[in-house]
Design a protein around this ligand. Structure first.
Ligand code: THU
Length: 132
């Protein structure tokens, strides 16, 4: 999938977002090393913390399908500013793909691409945990 196609896939997911509370749709398209793409949208709930972000929706879908070799993710929103991933999503990205490229889009489809390492410097990971 080309970069433009990946961005289009994230933008297309904006229409699937379930956002009756925030009215802030987000779409995500996550690409694996062989070009396979998993998509996601945010899904909210009347019990607010039960909702999930678009990025984690896409990542967890990929993991459930046995894939963790993520190369890049496009994130679409309808705001003036680029749609940056929240802190929890950054942490989940780091778990599987510390080298991930994160492509943030604004409402016009313009992009700001950043390495995850810049979005989550000095992050926590499994190397901090005791071995047993
Ligand atoms: N949201 C995402 O889906 N991804 C982000 O990275 C930012 C926030 C969602 C969560 C919630 O449904 C809405 O946007 C407002 O926070």
């Amino acid at each position: 999938m080309t970069r433009e196609e990946l961005k289009a896939a994230a933008i297309a997911m904006l229409d699937r977002a379930y956002v009756p509370y925030s009215h802030f749709p987000v779409g995500a398209a996550l690409e694996c090393a062989d070009g396979t793409v998993f998509t996601g949208c945010n899904v909210e709930n009347a019990v607010y913390p039960a909702g999930i972000c678009a990025e984690r929706n896409a990542i967890f879908h990929a993991v459930a399908e046995g894939r963790t070799d993520f190369v890049r993710i496009a994130i679409a929103g309808r705001s003036e500013d680029y749609c940056f991933p929240c802190g929890i999503c950054r942490q989940v990205m780091k778990e599987f793909a510390p080298e991930l490229e994160v492509i943030c889009l604004n409402k016009d489809g313009q992009e700001l691409a950043l390495p995850l390492k810049e979005l989550l410097p000095h992050g926590f990971d499994s190397t901090f945990l005791p071995k047993e």
